[in-house]
Design a protein around this ligand. Structure first.
Ligand SMILES: Nc1ncnc2c1ncn2[C@@H]1O[C@H](COP(=O)(O)OP(=O)(O)OP(=O)(O)O)[C@@H](O)[C@H]1O
Ligand SMILES: Cc1ncsc1CCO
Ligand SMILES: [Mg+2]
Length: 285
């Protein structure tokens, strides 16, 4: 992929300032996430500079949620009880004017999951991040569920550009699609305006570690939380995806396979400095 030097010169300082804000502010992120992802999500947030808390019992929200800087909701191992907690937490986050971010894992694999994701979408997440199959399933809900392969994508991310635009328009949320190219879009009906940006960072081996998608969605929540102004949520989302992809690229230089990439990914995120960020960043649009 040819990179446009001017674009990287513009994005470089933006992404670095978002990462610096995250490290300085160390936002508290309430995570209601699936059992598979809890460890990687918590370690990703910690190594980036945020403070994770896996708090999912309704009984704790009135005491705890007022102190958070963002909420992260992930439907990966959904059950009716968990869904009630997710909805209550999202409602409270809205009431408290805290950003919240949704990961619609395997949205198209069952009617229960699809309906759950649609109900959560009605609670207006600041950002939705899914793989191409998940974003296509949500955008086509009520039209045609199409084929699905569970939690992994059976589509290329670029197949989902139109679905992402449609979902952004329909939901009013920022929509991010992960894949070889990450797509971030928002519609003209929300404060961020009509925007479409592509992040080319990352390595294919990230798909061979479970829950890297869950981890990057949590990282988006942390970047959005650290951005002082809600108007910066779009750039914060782009920044999180780029930083995670860069950590993957740097980690891959030391890794022998998925297990060691997981370790080096976390180390690279922790140690990422400005020169490395500026030499790896690859954002267009
Ligand atoms: N082919 C690829 N090349 C480079 N980076 C990729 C590729 N595929 C995915 N990624 C990166 O891997 C990370 C996880 O994205 P992915 O689309 O695999 O999420 P996911 O399917 O939701 O994963 P999970 O459900 O296991 O959490 C993202 O940062 C994304 O940019
Ligand atoms: C494998 C798996 N199953 C439900 S959630 C999850 C983690 C990746 O999304
Ligand atoms: Mg996923």
């Amino acid at each position: 992929m040819e990179t446009n030097k001017e674009e990287q010169l513009e994005w470089g300082p933006t992404v670095w300032s978002h990462l610096t804000a995250l490290r300085d502010r160390s936002p508290l992120i309430q995570c209601i996430t699936n059992f598979v992802s809890m460890d990687l999500v918590a370690n990703t947030l910690l190594s980036a500079g945020a403070s994770p808390a896996m708090i999912h019992s309704l009984q704790e929200f009135s005491d705890f949620t007022p102190h958070i800087h963002a909420l992260y909701v992930n439907v990966g191992t959904l059950s009716p009880d968990w869904l009630s907690s997710m909805k209550a937490a999202a409602l409270l986050a809205n009431e408290l004017r805290k950003p919240w971010v949704l990961d619609p894992v395997a949205a198209g694999s069952s009617q229960f999951r699809l309906n759950a994701c649609l109900e959560l979408l009605l609670l207006k997440p600041t950002v939705i991040r899914g793989n191409a199959s998940e974003i296509i399933a949500l955008s086509q809900a009520g039209i045609d569920m199409g084929p699905t392969k569970g939690v992994d994508s059976s589509h290329e991310s670029m197949d989902a550009v139109e679905a992402a635009k449609f979902l952004a328009e329909k939901s009013g949320s920022i929509v991010a699609v992960s894949g070889a190219v990450d797509i971030i879009c928002s519609s003209k009906s929300i404060i961020h305006g009509d925007r479409l940006v592509f992040v080319h960072n990352g390595v294919p081996m990230l798909q061979k570690i479970t829950a890297t998608g869950c981890a990057v969605t949590a990282l988006i929540a942390a970047f959005v939380a650290a951005a002082a102004d809600p108007l910066h949520a779009f750039d914060a989302t782009v920044s999180a995806l780029s930083v995670f992809g860069i950590a993957g690229e740097m980690g891959m230089e030391l890794a022998k396979g998925p297990a060691s990439l997981r370790m080096h990914l976390i180390d690279s995120l922790y140690g990422l400095d400005q020169p490395a960020l500026l030499s790896h960043i690859n954002i267009t649009g």
